[in-house]
Every structure is written in C-alpha cells, then in structure tokens.
Design a protein around this ligand. Structure first.
Ligand SMILES: Cc1ncc(C[n+]2csc(CCOP(=O)(O)OP(=O)(O)O)c2C)c(N)n1
Ligand SMILES: [Mg+2]
Length: 817
C-alpha cells in the first residue's frame, strides 16, 4: 500500500528518521504491553496485590506523548503507562517496583510504594520542598483512583498558563511558565465521563478558555457496564457537540478519532497541542475503538460480560495489532522509483518484539529482586536475633518455631518479619537478657523505619511548613481605630495582594462585588480581573482550580461562599488535596488556601458547622477556625509564608462586629496549632472555637455572677490542635473540662476531647466527667427559635457548666432543676 510520509513532531523529517521514530514507538508500545501481560501474572501469582494496566490504550498515548512538551502537565488516570514510558518518565523496572509497592522513591518514583501501580507522577519539588524549574521537565500531577477525580485539578493546571500569559504581576516567573505556552493534558475513560466532575470541569474550561486537551479513551466499557448505560447516545463527543466553538462563540475544538490509527492520531494530537498552546482553546479528543485485551483489572475477567463477537472485535482492533499491520503494509515510492519500507519483512518486527519481551522480563526480575532483597535482609537480621534470644529463653521451642516459620516463607513481607519478632517478644516478657533488649531495640528501629516509609509527609515537613511561621502580634495606632471587622479582611487582602504577587483570589461573587460580605471590596478594580475573579457556581472545580494553580507555583485563595456548600468540594479536598503530599512522598504540593465562612447560620443547609465530618475527611489540610477577623487575617498572612494547604472558616456573624484595625496589615501572624486562653479562670476549663466562643464568653460573665470562674480557651486551629498542649496545663489547674461547639454530638467536640484526654493525658487531672455541649443531632431548624432549640445557647452553656459544678459541690451550687 503506497502512502504519504507523515510529519511527526510537526516538521518534515527524512524517511529514515521517520522510520526510526515509528519503530521506536512500536517498541515502546510492545514494552508497555509486555508490562501489562506480565503485571497481571505477577498479581495472579500473588507477588503483587492488585493490577490495572494500560493494555489496549498504547497507540494514542504514543501520539499524545509526541505532542507533550516540557512544562506541560498531565492529569490523567490509571491507563497511561505507555504515555509515561514514551516520555521517558517510567521504565519497565519502575513499573514493576510500583506494582510490588517498593518503598524506595528511587525504585518507584511515582509514589514510593504508597499508591497502587498505575498512578503516575513526576517530581515537582527538590528534597527540601522548594520548586524545581517545571518548564524544563515533563510534569504529571499525581493520579488518584476515584474516577474523574483528576478533572478538577486539570482545570487549574490549564488556567495557570492563562494567568502566566496575561497577568503582568507573575509574567517573569519562569520556573513555572514560558509565556503561558504550557498545555494541561487530561485523560479519562469513557465511562468516567458520566461523573459530575467531568461535566463541571468541561463547562468551566470552556468558560475560562484555558489550554486544556482532554482525551477520552473510549473502550465502550466501564468495568462490565456498557456505554449504553453510561452515556446518552453512547458517545461523549456526540453529546458535547454543543461545546464546539463556531464563528460566533468561543468553545471547544472537538476531534473524534480511532485509537488504532497511529498516523491520524499523531496528526490530531499535533493540531490539538498547537491550538491549545497558541490560542488557549480547550480541545476534546474522543479516542474511539479502543480495547481491553486483559479486561478491566486483575479483579475479574471480561469474558463474563463481553460477547464472543465483542471479544473477537477487540482482538481484531487491538491498537498494537493494527499498528503492526500498518508498519508491515507501509510502502513509499520515491521520485526515483524506489520503494521505501519500515521493515524488510515480518522477521524484523518479531526480533523487535522478542527484544521488548526480554527487556521487560529482565526489568521485572530486577525490580522484584531489589524489592525482596531489602526485606530478606531485614528477615536475616530478625532471624539472627531470634536465634540468639531463643538460646537464652525458657520459651526456646516456641521462639525457634516462629523463627523457622519465618525463614520458610519464600516471599516474605515486612509484616511477616515484624509480626514474628513482636510475637516472640511476648514470649520473652518475663525474662531479662541482653538478647531480649536487642530484640526490643530492633522492633523499635523497624517501626521507626516503617514510619518513614508509610506515614510521613502528611503535611509539609520542610522548613517551608506553615507551622514554622512565627507568631507576630497585630500592632495598633495610638487612637483606637474601631472598624467593621470586614474592613480588616479587605485591607489585609489588599496588603496581601501587594506583598505576594502570585496570589489570586476567586470564587462565587468574589470578583465584581468583592464577595458577599465585602471582604474583597474594590480589590478587583485595583488588581484586575485575573487576580480577583468571579467563578461559576461549581464548588468542586473551584477547589480543583485552586489545586492546579497551586501546583504550578501560584498562591490561590479559593473562596467557597458558605461552609455548608463545602460538602460539594469535600470529596476533592479529601481525595486529592489532602493526600497530594503524602501520596508523592513530598514530591508534589498544592499550597491552596480555601476561604469560607460559617457558624451561627440558620437552617438545615445553613448550619454552618459540620466540623467533625470535615476534619475527619481532610487530614493533610490545616483547618483553622478563627473567632474574629483579625485572627482570620493573621491566619492568611501565616499561610502565605508557608507551603501547606489550609481551610480557613471565618465567622459569618463577625463581619459587622467592631474590631480594632491593625497597622501592620499583611504582616501580623496568627500561629497555627496554638490555642489562646481568652479568659483565665480557676473552676473549669471550657474549650470552644469560632462563633460559639463568643457565647462562651457571654456565659462566663453570667457564671461569674454566681461565683463560678471559668477558664476559656479558643482552640483556633483544629488541625493541628494545640501543639504546645496548653489545654492540659489548664486542666491541671481546674480539673474539669467542657468542650463546646455547634457541630453534631460526637463531631469536632469529641475530637477535641480525645486530643485533651488521651493525647495530652488530661484524664489524670480530672475530678469530674469530661463533657461536651453540642448541637442536636439533627440539622438546625430555621429562624431564631429553630436556632435556639437546635444549637447551644448562652443558657445551655451556663447550665451545663453549673451542672458540672453542682456535681462536684452540691452544697455550694444547689441544683437548678
Ligand atoms: C468514584 C469511583 N467510583 C467507582 C470506582 C471504581 N471503578 C474503577 S475504574 C471504573 C470504571 C472506569 O471505566 P472507564 O472510565 O471507562 O475507564 P476504563 O477502565 O474503561 O479505561 C470503576 C467503576 C472508582 N474508582 N471511583
Ligand atoms: Mg472504558
């Protein structure tokens, strides 16, 4: 078949170069396929726990990799191993190291064994937490498993280019962008486009006109569920047609292409990259007719739900098979009448395929040996220690049995080693010997190492941590300058925008009117509509926007209008933002600040305090609950000096209260993880936060009248909580504890109680039952009375404290009821 030469890498290249490129690509595809085939076997024989691979999706990924440039970002999902391999960012050995969960970051650079295989990432940070020059490397934001969870962040990754191109305050930030030319590349499976996050992101990217190229790998299935149950008209490009741009309206460029057509794919991806990069037009590429040669994952077999005809169709349309046919068929007649071919005959390809297979087999063996040898050497140490201890022990036969059992395991895990040694220590509990001490030391050192391997980097552990930022008090002018507290927010944001050129603030109503409570009043006018902008009503992608921007060196402050609506964004905060640093062993970060307002609202969806749910879902993000605007402003100032993500909840009913305007705006700092004793007292410690704290202070005055002197502590920071353990110091003085908030029973108040009683050992100072006072378990009813009978009131607080005092001294404090 005579064909035209294809222009790869956009320039015309000679046939020889073209041939080299095609064969190189084919080999990458084969290597990737062999990894998938062998990977599945590794799981089925028990060497790895779970496998989900990129077989059947190889060829379009070769094309995407050709169009992907340094500085670009990928936000994709578990099928993209070929793309990563084609970029040179994933070797076959690293692929297997990830599958085995090798905890050495050099062995598994994707996540140091923390993520399942198939979750890809590059390193944005140096070991000390500072940024690398991202324009000089290929970038893949770290994948997450929830389907479509990669979408919200993709929006921000793309928008960053737009900001860098158009906003003069960050134009010279060459670590992250060269004139905003970078493209953010998304990948998603056809079925996952059913998720709301997909549609929310697609719409937002169309509105924002950002350089995003979205590929849908369409294999007609989502595990066992066919497209007819997933997508209207069974075609995502069909139903997104309304997004196609035309001469009147901006929108998307949409391409539809078969996933086995190497030549067309290369062409389409080049066009897409050019459009996105040069014109900042979002592009959708619907890649059809892809397959799953081995089914969805190692958890099942697709023979159960695909018809014989479909399985046969998949065989015939396997993208590698088709590419192979094309290579074999390719003939090009030159002007002199010669016929040029990629290969003389099939033998050339068979040789190449054998090479690929051999390379992968070797890579697998090397990865396995490197992984297992570490554990085997730990087992050897353990075994020697146990042997020695057994010789000295009255329980020798039991310990030797454990040791021998451990030694007979052909592929031991760390768990095997440690659980054996720990059990043997139980047998030594009544004995004293140097050998026993050696075992104790050994266990402790293994646990310490395990901590490093499995539990570090939840938040920043570098010098850039927000926890390292020191307290700096607000200063005030001579004359008392009392203002509506929202002025403090506004003027402090003004100072922030001046001081930190890379801060951008956005949210619903945040731009033109300067937020619903006027905390950003006039700032869009002053700093422009890129730095201060309105967004659509789309909480999850507001957060995603923030995550992506933060991953590209900007300092976004994403506003969620009211705390209750954070629930729409909670999933992405929990799954993506909160885990980012952890799941990359500190190699990626997104220091996003989320600003919202809550507490003391009225009504079922305006309860304002679902704190327990929030703090338990977003470990990895600081959660700050300032009682007033000065404290809140101080938190923003602190956070911008650090590199951790955080949620700041301002008190909705605090904007019109009077506070004194500090003179060192943008500079004073509220420290994170430090409580404040707002009122000293000797009878009982009452811990609270946010708007409820004001009620506690009111109740404190009433209690004073009846001779009860309470100590009031403002928690201020729920995650982390009271790092200097001041609560227990107070408890040592008062011996009584009440925690008050307006969350449901067992919510954040229970968390605070556990922190003080268990973590701070507060139990030893108690002489009465530690208590909580919370809202009712239902959401608050509407109106003043609904609020009064749903949430703790000043009277409730008074009576709760009084009851505790009555219990400890009934003669002095007579029962009220
Ligand atoms: C939120 C969420 N729901 C369900 C799953 C389980 N799950 C994993 S992959 C998958 C199917 C995805 O199909 P598709 O998007 O077409 O990608 P493919 O695997 O076919 O490439 C499902 C349901 C998940 N990971 N996340
Ligand atoms: Mg699919």
């Amino acid at each position: 078949m005579l064909q035209q030469p294809v222009a790869l890498n956009t320039q015309e290249i000679s046939f020889n170069e073209f041939k080299k490129e095609v064969l190189k690509d084919y080999k990458i595809a084969r290597i990737s396929r062999e990894c998938s085939l062998l990977g599945r076997r590794e799981v089925l024989t028990g060497k790895a726990k779970f496998g989900i691979f990129g077989d059947g999706k190889e060829v379009p990924q070769l094309a995407m990799a050709k169009a992907f440039k340094k500085g670009d970002f990928r936000s994709g999902y578990y099928r993209d191993q070929t793309f990563m391999m084609a970029l040179g960012e994933l070797t076959a050995q690293q692929f297997f190291a990830g599958l085995y969960a090798h905890t050495d970051i050099n062995a598994d650079p994707m996540s140091a064994g923390r993520q399942m295989g198939g979750h890809f990432a590059t390193h944005s940070l140096h070991d000390n937490g500072t940024w690398k020059n991202l324009t000089k490397q290929y970038n893949s934001s770290s994948d997450i498993s929830p389907t479509a969870g990669q979408m919200p962040r993709l929006l921000g990754l793309a928008q960053a280019s737009k900001i860098y191109r158009n906003e003069k305050s960050v134009k010279n930030n060459t670590n992250f962008s060269i004139n905003g030319n970078e493209v953010a590349w998304g990948t998603i499976g056809n079925a996952s486009t059913s998720e709301g996050l997909f549609f929310e992101t697609i719409n937002a990217a169309g509105v924002l006109q950002v350089p995003m190229v979205m590929s849908v790998w369409d294999d007609e299935y989502g595990i066992s569920v066919h497209a007819k149950h997933q997508t209207t008209k069974e075609s995502i490009s069909e139903i997104l047609k309304g997004f196609q741009r035309d001469h009147k309206n901006k929108g998307y460029e949409i391409f539809v292409i078969n996933g086995w057509d190497y030549v067309q794919l290369v062409d389409v991806y080049q066009k897409a990259a050019k459009l996105a990069s040069e014109e900042h037009v979002p592009v959708l590429i619907h890649v059809k007719e892809l397959t799953q040669p081995q089914g969805h994952s190692t958890s099942g077999s697709h023979e159960r739900y695909k018809s014989k005809e479909r399985l046969q169709w998949e065989k015939n349309h396997d993208c590698i098979t088709k590419m192979r046919e094309w290579i074999l068929d390719f003939e090009l007649e030159t002007e002199t009448g010669d016929v040029l071919r990629f290969v003389e005959d099939e033998t050339d390809l068979i040789i190449l395929e054998k090479e690929a297979k051999k390379e992968v087999t070797n890579a697998k063996r090397n990865a396995w040996n490197a992984f297992l040898n570490e554990i085997k050497s730990e087992r050897l140490d353990a075994s020697e220690l146990l042997e020695k201890a057994a010789q000295k022990s009255a329980n020798k036969p039991f310990i030797l049995k454990y040791k021998n059992d451990l030694n007979t395991i052909s592929e031991p895990t760390r768990k095997d080693v440690l659980s054996t040694v720990r059990k043997c220590l139980w047998y030594l509990r009544d004995e004293n010997s140097a050998e026993k001490i050696a075992i104790q030391i050994y266990i402790k050192s293994l646990l310490k190492e395990a901590y490093q391997k499995y539990s570090t980097h939840l938040t920043s552990e570098t010098d850039l941590s927000a926890l390292e930022v020191l307290d700096k008090a607000p200063t005030y002018s001579q004359e008392k300058n009392l203002v509506d507290a929202r002025i403090i927010m506004r003027d402090n944001f003004d100072a922030i925008l001046k001081k930190h050129q890379n801060v951008v603030i956005f949210g619903e109503d945040a731009g033109f009117i300067g937020d619903v409570n006027q905390g950003l009043e006039g700032l869009q006018e002053k700093y422009g509509n890129i730095r201060i902008s309105d967004t659509g009503i789309r909480e999850a992608t507001i957060i995603g926007q923030g995550i992506g921007l933060a991953m590209r060196g900007l300092r976004p402050i994403a506003e969620i209008q009211y705390l209750d609506y954070l629930l729409y964004a909670l999933q992405i905060m929990s799954d993506d933002l909160a885990t980012l640093r952890y799941r990359t062993l500190g190699k990626q970060k997104a220091p996003l600040i989320i600003r919202t307002r809550g507490h003391r609202l009225e009504g079922i969806w305006h309860a304002g305090s679902p704190m327990g749910g929030i703090i338990n879902n977003i470990r990895g993000i600081h959660v700050l609950v300032p009682r007033n605007m000065t404290k809140a402003a101080g938190f923003y100032n602190t956070l911008l000096e650090g590199d951790d993500p955080a949620l700041v909840i301002e008190c909705l009913n605090g904007y019109r209260l009077k506070e004194e305007l500090p003179t060192n705006l943008g500079d004073f700092k509220t420290p994170i993880g430090i409580v404040e004793t707002v009122k000293e007292g000797k009878d009982i410690t009452v811990v609270s936060y946010g708007s409820t704290l004001r009620l506690v202070l009111e109740a404190a005055k009433d209690l004073r009248q009846v001779g009860i002197d309470i100590e009031v502590i403002d928690a201020q920071s729920l995650l982390p909580f009271d790092l200097t353990k001041d609560c227990v110091k107070s408890l040592a003085k008062t011996n009584k504890l009440l925690v008050v908030d307006e969350d449901v029973p067992g919510g954040a108040s229970a968390y605070i109680l556990q922190e003080i009683i268990e973590n701070q050992n507060g139990y030893q100072y108690l002489d009465s039952k530690p208590s909580t006072l919370t809202s009712k378990p239902h959401r608050p009813a509407y109106g003043t009375d609904g609020d009064y009978f749903s949430k703790p009131s000043v009277e409730d607080i008074f009576e709760k404290v009084y009851a505790i005092m009555h219990e400890s001294n009934p003669t002095k404090f007579k029962s009220l009821y």
